[in-house]
Design a protein around this ligand. Structure first.
Ligand SMILES: [Mn+2]
Length: 542
C-alpha cells in the first residue's frame, strides 16, 4: 500500500466528516413513524381506499414508487396522483382534494411533499380524509393537520444531514415491514436514486443508505425496471457509480416531469417497458432542448466570446418559449459556466415563473426573501430557488436582485472556481492510488470526487478527438491524459502548465491503467503559491 496515498485519503475522510459515529435507522423507532405505521395498518386491515400523492421530480417519483410497491406487495391497489408541473404546479391544490374525495380515498399518504399544504390537508380532514405526511422540505409556520408527520427535522435525536423524500419513505417502509422483505434490494436502490437526485449530503446515515443502494443496484436482476433503465442509459449495471446515478439515471427520471407527465417515470419504475422507452425519448428531447436554449443564452450574453467580464452580478433571462421544466437546468448551466448567480424565467400570461441558481458565495433564497414584496410564492435552498410573480414585477425583481448580489458578494468571487483537494506528483499516480481513493466513494453532495493539482507539467502530443473533435487527448510523461471539451485549448497549451485534474481508471482490452482527466489548466507560475485549505481558482489558459 502506498502510504502517501493512504494518508491523503485518510485526511480527506476526516476533513469531509465521512467517519462520523452514528447509529442506523434512528428514525424507525420514533413516535411519528409509529403513528404513521398505526394509521396505515388500520387502513390496510379495514380495506380503506388509500391515496398516494407525491412530487413530480425524481426524488418524489421514486418515493411514490416505494409506497406503491409496498401496497402492491400486500395486494392493495392505491389511488396514485402525481402533479403535472404546468397543469397542477407544486403540491396539493383544491382540485386534487376534490379528486381524492371523489375517488373515495379515506387515507392519503404524501411522499416528498405535504409540509406546505396545510390548507389542503385541512380541507381533506373536513371530508373525513386522514393524511400521513412524509416529507423533508422546510418546516412551515403552519403545520399541516396530519394524523402523522414523518419529517426528519421533527424527530427527536435525529440530526442533519437529513435524507431526501425517498429516504424518508424508505425508513417508513422499514417500520411497516418489520424485517427484510421481498424486493428490498430494489427498494434500497430506488431510495438511493432519490437521495442522489435531491443532492442530500452523503454523510452519516445518508452515506450508508446510498452505499447500500448502489450495492443493491449493481446486483439487481437484469430484467428489473431499474436495471433496464441503467442499461438503456448505456451504463454497466455491475459497476454503476453515484456519479452515473446523478448524471445519467436521475435526469432520465426527472425528464418525465420536466417534458411531460411524471406518471411516465412512475410507470417505468414499476415495470412498464413502453414507459421505459418513452423516458429515453423524453430524456433526449430534454437534453437537446436544454442545449439549444443554453447555447442561445450564451450567445445573447456574449459568454462564448470570452466576454464574461461584462456580465452583471446576477444573470437574468426571461422568455415565453422557455419550457417550465427546463428553466432550472438553464440557470444551473449558466451559473456553472460563469460563476454568477442566475435567474431564468418563463412567462405564462400575466404570471411569471422563475428558477434561480447561485454559487456558494451567495444565498439565493435569502436574496428572494428581501424581495418578497414582489413575489407571490418563493422557496428553496442556499444555491437553488424558485419563485412566481406577476410579469409586471419582473423588471423590478431583476433590478433589486442584481443590486442585492452586488452588495453582498465580492466581484472576485463571481467567477467559476475549482477547489483543489491536494497536490499530486506524477509518480503518485498509480493503480494503487486509485484503489485507495475508492475508499472515499460514493461521491456526491458534501463529498465531491477529489480534484488534484499537478504543477509544472507539459502535454505531449496533444490532439483533438471525439465525434465533434472537441476533446483533448495527450500524454503527460507517458501517462494517458484526456480533457473533455478542452480541445480548443490545444493552440495555447505549449510550455509548463499547472493542471487541475481527476484520476480515473482507463480500461482497454482488459488492460487497466490510471488516466489523468484534465478539468482545467493554467500556465505555471512558480511565484504563485497555492494555499492549502482555501479555494484556488484555476482558469483556462489565457
Ligand atoms: Mn425531495
Amino acid at each position: 500500500m502506498n502510504s502517501d496515498a493512504a494518508t491523503l485519503v485518510e485526511q480527506l475522510r476526516q476533513k469531509r466528516g465521512l467517519d462520523g459515529v452514528f447509529t442506523e435507522n434512528r428514525m424507525v423507532h420514533t413516535q411519528e413513524i409509529r403513528s404513521a405505521v398505526e394509521r396505515i395498518r388500520t387502513a390496510m386491515t379495514k380495506q380503506e381506499h388509500i391515496g398516494i400523492f407525491g412530487d413530480y421530480d425524481c426524488d418524489g417519483v421514486v418515493a411514490v414508487s416505494l409506497l406503491v410497491r409496498f401496497f402492491h406487495r400486500h395486494d392493495i391497489k392505491p389511488y396514485v396522483r402525481l402533479p403535472h408541473r404546468v397543469q397542477d404546479g407544486y403540491g396539493l391544490h383544491a382540485g386534487i382534494v376534490q379528486e381524492l374525495k371523489n375517488a373515495g380515498v379515506t387515507l392519503l399518504i404524501t411522499a416528498d411533499t405535504g409540509m406546505s399544504s396545510a390548507p389542503e390537508i385541512s380541507a381533506l380532514k373536513t371530508y373525513g380524509i386522514d393524511t400521513v405526511v412524509t416529507d423533508h422540505h422546510t418546516i412551515p409556520e403552519h403545520m399541516p393537520p396530519a394524523v402523522a408527520t414523518v419529517h426528519p427535522a421533527l424527530m427527536t435525536g435525529f440530526h442533519p444531514p437529513y435524507p431526501s423524500g425517498a429516504g424518508v419513505v424508505y425508513r417508513l417502509l422499514e417500520a411497516l415491514e418489520e424485517g427484510p422483505w421481498k424486493g428490498m434490494e430494489t427498494d434500497t436502490a430506488l431510495a438511493m436514486v432519490g437521495m442522489i437526485a435531491d443532492l442530500v449530503e452523503l454523510k452519516g446515515e445518508n452515506r450508508l443508505l446510498v452505499q447500500q443502494g448502489l450495492q443493491a443496484l449493481r446486483h439487481l436482476g437484469t430484467s428489473t425496471p431499474l436495471a433496464r433503465l441503467t442499461t438503456i442509459a448505456g451504463l454497466k449495471l455491475d459497476r454503476v457509480t453515484s456519479t452515473d446515478v446523478a448524471f445519467r439515471l436521475a435526469p432520465r427520471i426527472n425528464a418525465s416531469g420536466r417534458m411531460d407527465d411524471p406518471m411516465i417515470a412512475l410507470q417505468a419504475l414499476l415495470g412498464n417497458e413502453e414507459a421505459l422507452e418513452k423516458l429515453d425519448v423524453l430524456n433526449r428531447a430534454r437534453q437537446q432542448e436544454t442545449e439549444t436554449l443554453v447555447q442561445a443564452a450564451r450567445e445573447s450574453l456574449g459568454i462564448n466570446k470570452g466576454m464574461t467580464n461584462v456580465l452583471p452580478p446576477l444573470i437574468a433571462l426571461a422568455a415565453e418559449e422557455y419550457p417550465h421544466g427546463i428553466i432550472g437546468l438553464i440557470a444551473g448551466k449558466l451559473t456553472e459556466e460563469t460563476g454568477h448567480p442566475s435567474m431564468v424565467a418563463t412567462a405564462d400570461g400575466e404570471q411569471c415563473v422563475a428558477s434561480l441558481r447561485s454559487p456558494p458565495c451567495y444565498h439565493v433564497t435569502e436574496g428572494l426573501t428581501r424581495c418578497s414584496d414582489l413575489l407571490e410564492q418563493f422557496g428553496g435552498h442556499a444555491q437553488a430557488a424558485g419563485c412566481t410573480l406577476k410579469q409586471k414585477h419582473w423588471g423590478e425583481l431583476c433590478r433589486r436582485m442584481v443590486e442585492d448580489v452586488r452588495e453582498r458578494t465580492d466581484a472576485d468571487a463571481l467567477q467559476p472556481t475549482l477547489t483543489i483537494d491536494a497536490e499530486l506528483r506524477l509518480e503518485d499516480i498509480s493503480l494503487d492510488l486509485l484503489r485507495t481513493l475508492a475508499r472515499l466513494e460514493p461521491y456526491g453532495e458534501g463529498n465531491r470526487e477529489p480534484l488534484f493539482l499537478l504543477r509544472d507539467v507539459s502535454l505531449d502530443l496533444p490532439r483533438c478527438i471525439g465525434r465533434e473533435r472537441n476533446h483533448l487527448q495527450c500524454t503527460i510523461t507517458g501517462r494517458k491524459t484526456i480533457g473533455f471539451r478542452l480541445g480548443h485549448l490545444i493552440p495555447q497549451c505549449a510550455g509548463p502548465l499547472d493542471i487541475a485534474c481527476r484520476i480515473a481508471l482507463d480500461e482497454w482490452q482488459g488492460y487497466q491503467q490510471p488516466q489523468i482527466v484534465i478539468e482545467d489548466m493554467r500556465r505555471s507560475n512558480s511565484r504563485f503559491q497555492i494555499p492549502k485549505t482555501k479555494e484556488t481558482p484555476i482558469h483556462n489558459v489565457r
